[in-house]
Ligand binder design. Structure first.
Ligand SMILES: [Zn+2]
Ligand SMILES: [Zn+2]
Length: 298
């Protein structure tokens, strides 16, 4: 089958993590100006425990604008301060509260998903830490009925990471057994840093077959599309511009021409030093998607 002339880049769900500076709805204006069809935001300052409620007006304005511009889904990235596997009771309590707060904010904005890193073992046995993360997640979602769902993200394999493999990610999901968990988010930088060689077809196949085996491909709801500043298996989480890191154009061309991946919403969390950075990264991704579609279809 040949590429239909109707296939446009906007048939694909591609967006960037967008700043909420100046108000929640400002993030939509930024996404629209970058021609994004999906977006990710923080629901508050991610480096502060202190919480400020999203007002009803703010939430409604956001919901109206995203509908107007047809931006969907909207993802909220949970705060970096959270450690749902922490050995410290005060941190654990604060983390659970913060996760509930993220879900409340998501509902206030009408955002579909909250993206979560499950936490760090901090030198403890990882199995134990994962069990603690399960309990924390269940506590956070247990008391209220939320519309938004959680997506658990794979991590880079830094010291203490408890979910850098698909299998460990699935263990948490299976043990939670909660319908508030809609599935997973795969970050390409994290996957590469934790040892999945996304520069080769074999490596991509390994990742996809593990997702199929342990989680189900239908549960893959989001791809964080980031290149990696560090080499394969480094265990270090440093994002790089698309094509400029160790995954490189070679890897991203393969990833974006894989029809199992190309139709999943994609969010870039690439470095932003200037306004031009997002534009350039998106342009690279759009062009690779279109070339990939020609390969898939033609
Ligand atoms: Zn990510
Ligand atoms: Zn990262």
């Amino acid at each position: 089958m040949r590429l239909s002339s109707k296939t446009k880049v906007h048939d694909f769900k591609v967006g960037v993590h967008t700043s909420i500076a100046g108000g929640m709805s400002k993030s939509i204006e930024r996404a629209v100006s970058l021609q994004c069809t999906t977006m990710q935001i923080f629901s508050h300052n991610p480096r502060q425990w202190r919480k400020s409620q999203i007002t009803r007006e703010e939430g409604e304005r956001f919901a109206v604008l995203r509908k107007k511009y047809d931006i969907s889904p909207v993802f909220i990235h949970a705060s970096y301060l959270m450690n749902l596997a922490s050995r410290s009771d005060p941190i654990l309590r604060k983390s659970i509260k913060l996760l509930s707060y993220e879900l409340t904010n998501a509902d206030a904005l009408g955002a579909e998903y909250v993206i979560l890193h499950t936490g760090s073992a901090q030198g403890e046995n990882e199995e134990k830490a994962r069990n603690r993360a399960v309990k924390s997640i269940l506590k956070a979602v247990g008391t209220t009925t939320y519309s938004a769902s959680l997506l658990l993200e794979n991590t880079a394999g830094e010291r203490g990471d408890i979910t850098s493999s698909i299998k460990t990610l699935s263990e948490i999901i299976d043990t939670c057994h909660s319908d508030r968990i809609a599935g997973i988010c795969i970050d390409t930088c994290h996957a590469f840093s934790s040892g999945y060689d996304l520069t080769s077809y074999e490596g991509i196949e390994t990742l996809i077959s593990e997702i199929k085996e342990y989680v189900g491909l239908d549960k893959l709801k989001l791809i964080h599309l980031n290149d990696s500043k560090r080499p394969l298996g480094s265990g270090i989480d440093r994002h790089e511009h698309i094509g400029k890191g160790f995954i490189g154009n070679r890897g991203f061309k393969k990833i974006l021409s894989d029809k199992r991946i190309a139709r999943i919403p994609m969010i870039l969390e690439t470095p932003k030093k200037t306004e031009a950075d997002d534009k350039r990264n998106l342009k690279t991704v759009f062009s690779m998607i279109m070339k990939g579609q020609k390969e898939i279809n033609g």
